[in-house]
Design a binder for this molecule. Structure first.
Ligand code: ADP
Ligand code: MG
Length: 220
């Protein structure tokens, strides 16, 4: 069996809260395998974002361990080959859609022509070829989220973490984003972990994990 993309072992994350503290994550153990498609469900405040941030290397556990066996130790701040999509608008306002998508490659010192071609391909795979030269303020919320997905995918990650990517979209727009995303995933072995409130989204993935008060119920 191939190695896990991410392995979480007895991870807890405790935030200071005034004189006391908040246990955002409590002794969570789980793995994400190559090609996995997982929805993390749970009420607001149950620890979904905290878990995704740990898996993405954006945060460290207070106790326990996170590792990326198949990806190797993080070379810089974060593990390579992990793409991230957030709930809120995260595109850089002065840059066009195309420039937003090519930016991660330019930051990795990919040659500009190669970066531009890859960014165009990523936009086209998400049905966004037409809006490549528009600024974030000139496109819809659904298009902006798809650009954010293209930006996460352009570096060809092996794991995509999406934190309520459809949380600010109306139902048809959310479904469309997911249609396009699943279509892109069909042709790849990319693993997806998506935190969502929306059962219509979660039902489309083969695995559903549930969180309550920082505890991850045994993944089924
Ligand atoms: P979810 O994504 O499921 O809504 P979160 O992971 O954002 O849950 O939050 C889990 C708990 O941790 C909540 O009680 C939240 O208030 C708390 N929390 C999250 N981030 C912080 C922070 N930076 N500082 C203090 N408390 C936090
Ligand atoms: Mg959250």
């Amino acid at each position: 069996m191939s190695e896990s993309l991410v392995a979480v072992r007895h991870a807890s994350r405790i935030y200071p809260y005034g004189q006391s503290e908040v246990v955002a994550l409590s002794d969570v153990t789980c793995t994400v395998e190559p090609g996995a498609r997982i929805a993390i469900m749970g009420p607001s405040g149950s620890g979904k974002s905290t878990l995704l941030q740990l898996m993405g290397g954006l945060d460290r556990p207070t106790s326990g361990e996170i590792s990326w066996p198949a990806l190797g130790p993080p070379a810089g701040l974060r593990p390579a080959q992990v793409g991230l999509v957030f709930q809120t608008q995260s595109l850089l306002a002065p840059l066009t859609a195309l420039e937003n998508v090519e930016l991660p490659l330019l930051l990795q010192s990919v040659a500009s022509k190669t970066a531009r071609d890859a960014a165009r391909d990523a936009l086209e795979s998400l049905d966004l070829g037409e809006i490549a030269d528009k600024l974030p303020e000139e496109i819809s919320g659904g298009q902006a989220q798809r650009v954010a997905v293209a930006r996460a995918l352009v570096s060809r990650p092996r794991l995509l973490l999406a934190d309520e990517p459809t949380g600010q979209l109306d139902h048809p727009t959310a479904q469309h984003l997911f249609d396009v995303l699943l279509q892109v995933l069909e042709q790849s072995h990319l693993a997806l972990v998506v935190a969502t409130h929306d059962p219509a989204i979660a039902d489309r993935l083969p695995a559903q994990w549930r969180m309550h008060h920082g505890v991850l119920e045994a993944p089924t």
